[in-house]
Design a protein around this ligand. Structure first.
Ligand SMILES: [Fe+2]
Length: 246
């Protein structure tokens, strides 16, 4: 790294743990074959990745087969091939906040959830419409002792650049996860600008790839991080490590 450079390559950063990806093959809109999942992890290992939390979508309306048992069963089938890449994987889920989800998170069956780490649940919403029950669901999760982690808030079109809605979500005890490719502008300028603003205000806790395809690894490799964002991003990478170890 040259001290006068205004940016650094993302691949030169200490990216050892990914907390969000769709690498588990054949369960959602991410990777479709074990071969490509293995390839993805090999390529990520070459740029330093050691641990990966696989987070298939859990949304009964779109993926009715993605129950905890189905996802764990699929992981069992491929885990040895995935681990042979040098990246140790575990499986969690990305839970869509849909109307009625509260009933699937009652105290008695809370252990049925697929957690990122001890008590942490990755949740998401539609890119176009805010889930009407998001605040109630967060309160519900908190009451059950879960820590909600909202995926890629910078991509939600209904969250303004002023960050007023995002601050409200953080204030009710939700952690935020940045999609790293947002900082590279791969989801458009608006998502990029919001990602920068959220990062600069210290509102993110974790960072993930949300990887759906091999092509996104090329995007990852091409990314440069502005020097003014490096320290904040390093902190998120450290938090990823802590989550992995929890
Ligand atoms: Fe995702």
């Amino acid at each position: 790294m040259w001290p006068f450079r205004t940016s650094v390559k993302f691949t030169d950063m200490d990216f050892r743990t990914d907390v969000h990806s769709h690498i588990l093959p054949g369960v959602d809109d991410g990777f479709g074959s074990e071969k490509n999942s293995v390839k993805a992890l090999q390529l990520l290992h070459e740029i330093g990745l050691e641990h990966s939390i696989l987070t298939p979508h859990i949304y009964p309306e779109l993926y009715p087969e993605n129950t905890k048992d189905k996802i764990l069963g699929r992981f069992d089938e491929v885990s040895s091939a995935l681990s042979a890449t040098g990246v140790t994987c575990r499986v969690a889920g990305e839970h869509m906040v849909y109307a009625g989800i509260d009933s699937s998170f009652q105290r008695g069956n809370a252990a049925d959830s697929l957690q990122l780490g001890e008590g942490s649940l990755l949740i998401e919403m539609s890119y176009a419409y805010e889930s009407q029950n998001i605040k109630d669901f967060v309160f519900h999760l908190n009451a059950l002792g879960f820590q909600p982690v909202l995926a890629h808030p910078e991509r939600y079109s209904y969250y303004s650049r002023s960050l007023v809605e995002i601050r409200t979500i953080v204030d009710i005890d939700t952690r935020l996860q940045l999609n790293i490719l947002s900082l590279g502008g791969f989801y458009g300028n608006t998502a990029k600008e919001k990602a920068e603003a959220i990062l600069e205000r210290g509102l993110y806790t974790y960072v993930g790839t949300d990887l759906h395809s091999l092509a996104q690894i090329d995007q990852l490799k091409s990314m440069r991080i502005q020097r003014k964002h490096v320290a904040a991003l390093e902190k998120l990478l450290e938090n990823n490590e802590e989550l992995w170890n929890s």
